[in-house]
Ligand binder design. Sequence first.
Ligand code: IPM
Ligand code: MN
Length: 358
Amino acid sequence: MREYQVALIRGDGIGPEIVDSAVTVLEAAAKKYGFSFRFTAYPAGGEAIDKTGEPLPQETVDGCLASDSVLLGAVGGPKWDTLPGHLRPERALLGLRSALGLYTNLRPAKLYPALSGACPLRPDIVAKGFDLLMVRELTGGIYFGDRGRREGKNGPEAWDTECYSVMEVERIARAAFDAARKRRRSVISIDKANVLETSRLWRETVHRVAAEYPDVQVEDMLVDNAAMQLVRNPSRFDVVVTSNMFGDILSDEASQITGSIGLLPSASLGGTKRGLYEPIHGSAPDIAGQNKANPLATILSAAMMLRYAFDEDEAAACIEAAVDRALQDGCRTADIAAPGAANVLSCTAMTEAVLARL
Ligand code: IPM
Ligand code: MN
């Protein structure tokens, strides 16, 4: 029987609840499709700071490297917010992305017709629907550039640097064009080439790679315009490719127009099949431990894991269809329920609803 080793990073806040939900769904899908998992839990983020004094212990990095894939809940919370930058829980995420070489971040955002009421956009825009895939560069740019503090001419100042090599842009561009070939064959590359030199290199490089994909349409868009187009006409986007920081910002915007950040999965991939799968939302400390969290983004992240890490496409599609049906049947956690709605599901009840539809 096919057996997959998966490292689990439950993390902080609602992390443990949503990862446990996804594991239940993965186990059920495995049983149905004839494979199995070996799960091993590793600490990271606040949990790891409390246990070991550091957000990303070496044991966790080694464990992830020794696994076929990593499923992560969320890290961070107010308890650790006042620690210095290099000890913050978020360092765990950045450190894992870098240690595992996960330079491609895939963040799909689509409007579920059953949830169109939760979409904050105008009805005529909602009626057109949207289904886009954000391809965010994840191990370069300003997130990983030199930074520091110094004495400037007006007193103390701080600086961060954005740097992209041709190699880094080429590989993320290829990831985007390859993804577009499995979708509607359109790529919009987002930059700030009217101001930034890194963006001009980005643009040139994307166009050179585009020449290898004559069957895929490519268009450039400035990031400020993209922020506007995402709420004006999201249906025009298929695959979006952009830098680490622009991708961070635009993917939150893309998630919000789906109606809830509680629904969006993500996959972080590199040059190997080993990836990291996590919901794009955070640890929601305000509702942690209350069985109120929406587990769907993590369940959908687990489905992405089946597809990208293990080529278990049928099992992945089955989970996605079960989520679709649960939503169509009116199953709602608090974050996606209509205001004042009766029958709001808990995290475990939503998980049961998905299991029942597998
Ligand atoms: C995300 C998060 C992270 C990021 C933070 C927590 C470091 O916002 O995954 O989008 O900025 O990449
Ligand atoms: Mn973010």
